[in-house]
Design a binder for this molecule. Structure first.
Ligand code: BG6
Length: 488
């Protein structure tokens, strides 16, 4: 099957850091279908050769497990071409059309990795140049809009020219092997299903912590913030994966139908819950990885008086029979104490204690997403007996854990998120992509927070870089009698 992959934003940050390395890995692993062309699109005046050269230079800066040899890179580079375009100019699309017509690939993928403001223009112009054929697929990067209205406007325009099954809204968290394993854990094993409900689960915590700051993306981040960058998409998709009902089969719409139901069941915000159950923060100077690092307001491209949040912690509930009353806590932030993404399922404690066990210790399932990819099941066990105090020892239990490390089990060089998702687009598999109604529902739910902050004079709470965020985040969860998983 031949394919042409057109990468709008072909000289952008995402192309350098994620997309080109992912395509290269697929090429290296022999999973990229043969007969493909990768066409970078950008404003610079570059020849094919210069573009290939730029990519080779960038590859020195990204983590590729193993550096490509000159010969290996040359074979990959043979797939790469460059088309110079100003995306607002209709004539430039004609030039792209000519390039695509040089050969009629079976599948044409239009990957729109540009500023969201350009999504509708690109789709309109593709259609005007006759490039919205039935074998075209369009990939849209997040954030798709900045609120519900702008998201709807983008979706409506794109659907005028492409049918829903040609639109691949990407959320790279869904492509992570660890998230695949979450689906496998829940729907490939019967063990946890009877326990996966309010009767047995005390609370669920989703943490997506980054130790890095905004780096060179200050200007982008100023208009985005953690809520739009991480919560509206990645965090809510993880929440859906953990809370959804088993789908009737593994087809895209069966999965998306169930995710949609979760989003529709999220407890609506009230003035009170917006004040009590949401904490926004912004990093100040501190120490990260042993180095002094600047405050967010001192990062390049950031307004020195910025109120953009780099941290969000929130508490919500899912109003349905399975989950009513179970708190779900979401927390994400930049410049936190470490790079650590995990979901913690805290089970209820034993109903009656016959051991002298420290109260509050209960079973816990930890789904580690990164940097480690694995599962930990925390159990209570009778530890080593101390001969001098045998009677006391018999009364005491200690926490132990079953630890499954998927990298060790399956090999660390597993298919990365973007690699998998790009291959899925080429194959036309929509399972791991987000449908428009899911996205709209997610925007509908985050919008009250955006509106509340717009009128809230308090602004984000400062937290020192290298910590776990503002203390108000711990206070919020403590109100329910719980604590974040790293605190116990
Ligand atoms: C992206 C956000 O979607 O996800 C970034 O725009 C963030 O701000 C990144 O750093 C985190 O992804 P990962 O895979 O490194 O956890």
């Amino acid at each position: 099957m031949s394919f042409d992959l057109v990468l709008f934003g072909g000289t952008g940050d995402l192309a350098w850091r994620k997309l080109m390395p992912a395509l290269f890995q697929a090429f290296r692993h022999g999973t990229l279908p043969e007969g493909g062309r990768i066409i970078g699109v950008g404003r610079d005046d570059l020849s094919h050769e210069q573009y290939r050269d730029l990519i080779r230079q960038r590859f020195d800066k990204v983590d590729l497990a193993k550096r490509p040899s000159a010969d290996e890179f040359a074979r990959f580079a043979a797939l790469l071409e460059f088309v110079r375009m100003d995306l607002s100019k209709p004539d430039d699309y004609t030039r792209l059309a000519q390039t695509l017509q040089e050969r009629q690939a079976d599948t044409v993928v239009m990957y729109v990795a540009t500023a969201p403001a350009l999504f509708t223009t690109v789709c309109e112009q593709l259609a005007a140049s006759g490039l919205n054929t039935p074998h075209t697929r369009v990939v849209l990067e997040k954030p798709l809009g900045h609120d519900l209205a702008s998201n709807r406007a983008i979706n409506q325009t794109v659907r005028r020219f492409f049918s829903e099954n040609q639109i691949f809204r990407i959320d790279h968290y869904l492509g992570k092997p660890s998230v695949q394993n979450l689906f496998a854990l829940r729907f490939g094993n019967a063990l946890f299903e009877p326990l996966w409900r309010r009767e047995h689960i005390a609370n669920i915590q989703i943490t997506m912590a980054e130790d890095l700051g905004v780096e060179s993306r200050g200007a982008f981040y100023e208009t985005t913030g953690a809520l739009r960058d991480m919560v509206q998409n990645h965090a809510l998709q993880l929440l859906c994966a953990i809370a959804m009902e088993p789908p009737i089969n593994a087809h895209a719409d069966a999965i998306r139908d169930e995710k949609l139901k979760v989003l529709r069941s999220l407890k609506p915000w009230t003035t009170e819950s917006l004040t009590q159950d949401v904490v926004r923060g912004q990093y100040s100077a501190g120490v990260s990885g042993g180095n002094k690092v600047p405050a967010y307001r001192d990062e390049p491209g950031v307004n020195p008086h910025s109120n953009t949040e780099t941290f969000v912690a929130l508490r919500t509930e899912i109003a349905n029979w399975r989950w009513a009353g179970v708190p779900f806590y979401i927390r994400t932030g930049k410049r936190l104490a470490g790079r650590d993404a995990r979901i913690v399922v805290n089970f209820r404690p034993t109903p009656h204690a016959i051991f002298n066990t420290h109260a509050g210790l209960a079973n816990r399932l930890v789904i580690n997403l990164q940097p480690k990819d694995g599962l930990e099941l925390h159990l209570m066990a009778q530890g080593q007996e101390n001969r001098s105090s045998r009677a006391a020892a018999a009364q005491n239990l200690s926490p132990v854990q079953l630890d499954l490390d998927f990298d060790k089990r399956f090999g660390a060089e597993r298919v990365g998120a973007y690699e998998r998702l790009l291959l899925d687009v080429i194959d036309g598999r929509l399972n791991l992509f987000v449908r428009s109604d899911e996205q709209e529902e997610a925007w509908r739910w985050v919008e009250p927070m955006i509106n509340h902050w717009a009128t809230d004079s308090q602004g984000p709470r400062p937290y020192a870089s290298g910590t776990w965020g503002p203390s108000a985040s711990s206070a919020m969860i403590a109100r329910d009698g719980f604590c974040w998983s790293e605190e116990n």
